[in-house]
Design a protein around this ligand. Sequence first.
Ligand code: NOJ
Length: 556
Amino acid sequence: MSDAPMSAKTAAETTAPAETTMPAETTAPAETKKASWLHNAVGYEVYIRSFADSTGNGIGDLTGITQRLEYLAWLGIDIVWITPCYPSPMADHGYDVADYVDIEPIFGDLQAMQALIDRAHELGLRVVLDIVPNHSSNQHRWFRSAVEDPTGPHRDYYLWRDPAPDGGPPNNWVAHFGGPAWTLDEASGQYYCHLFLPEQPDLNWRNPALRAEFEQTLEFWFERGIDGFRIDVAHALIKDSEFRDNPQTADPAGITHPRDQFRCFEHRYDLEQPESLEIFREWRRIAERYDSALIGETYVLEPAGLANLVPGDGLHLGFWFAPMQMPWTAPDITKTLRETSARLGDRVGWVQSSHDESRPATRFGGGDLGRNRSLAFAAMLFGLPGVPFIYQGEELGLEDGVVPPELRSDPIATRNPGAVGRDVCRTPMPWGPGRNLGFSSADQTWLPLGHGVEDSVEWQRQNPDAHVHKMRSLLRFRRELRDLDPEVTWLEAPEGVVAFQRGDHLFALNTHDEATDFAPGGMWSVVHRTGTGSAARSVPSIHIEGTETVAARRVG
Ligand code: NOJ
């Protein structure tokens, strides 16, 4: 691999300033009180359908999660984020919510949720639910009533427009999952807007009654003891009031993957509208009463735009997704981390994997190489201010599972011929030997198993060299670190090395396969390494194995 030479002035500084419709970044955000437990915490995403099945129907559920919480506590996790578990027709596997204040029977009931919350708290874990405010299911009573009674109060809970003069959709917006972002309701002759599936109609966040309903929803769950929300599509709740066409930047004709079609437009009018901030300020006032956190799924791949969405008085954290698109070179890694860290400080939710993306061990090269890179990258995220989240199976170094076309379930795959979709990162969690690797006693699981017994939790726990122990050791190291200097200084380093310093601690990632030595000035003791290199005390030059991150403390 040949990385371009790296210097302290990196690609991040040369990135063109953001084009955004959001207001300019404020240098001193008016940050209000925050959930103190977020400080130095590490989160873990549970994709409920694939985590643990307690009922034998082949689909994960709440009791399955509760039974596995001890494992997460053993691992050293602080926050457990659970993907949507509300009643849903499952067009998008739960991200199409039919009732925001109940539990989907496949996943359990309110008692099962209470038991989960109580057990998590006994174990010192925080519980974050996933709320989906951008859209509901088309089976939600609000949407049914909006369709049945166009003059009734729920019509304006959604975004309705008359057709364009040619009878087609009212503007050129496209849906994330393919096709136009508009579907015609033949009975009324109007189109409704949906940035995802037609079964996921977008809600009208300019409607005060809708806002009040959601505030009650937050309180409903906070009263049950949850500790926060991960907010789905937090970057798109409000749309342009005039529904103007987005500027087109490329021709989508002939492009088959919906993500690439989406990228043919500058999303000036459907995403990142500044009025969204007001919603999160209101929510913050409620969350603060419960010492709870708001974590945005802020899919904005550009640091200034992300900073505008997370100015400090609304969302506590915004997820930064650029690592999921990042090539494995030192300049790319620096570019991906540096500016976002500088702009957001501890308001970043760092992620390298989720239920929406190919797993990092696969993306970063597969096998041990991919796994080691992912771990080394995790150590860098753990060293920065902010809250890192790992996605179930990342701690096992799982690669993508194989899901044959006829077993695919993700609407991106089933509705777009040729698109692989997201099933590959959603295959069931391997827990141990035996039927369905301990995930479920069913004859068939909802997605095929994607891994072998040697990937499983039980097998890895018994093998001291296994990936899970490396991740656990990193988590323990992070916990011991506690309060590092909030200021991050990026260092001049040898080619292929990304390095930053926080007070007396330094983190250095060697992206190359060959070992290197790094002499940052002064004397250093190695306090953690993700690879197999030996400990070093009071040395001027830090030895970094290939594909390894070393953390060191200045001792002179
Ligand atoms: C983001 C979620 O992570 C994804 O799984 C979902 O399909 C979309 N939002 C739509 O809700």
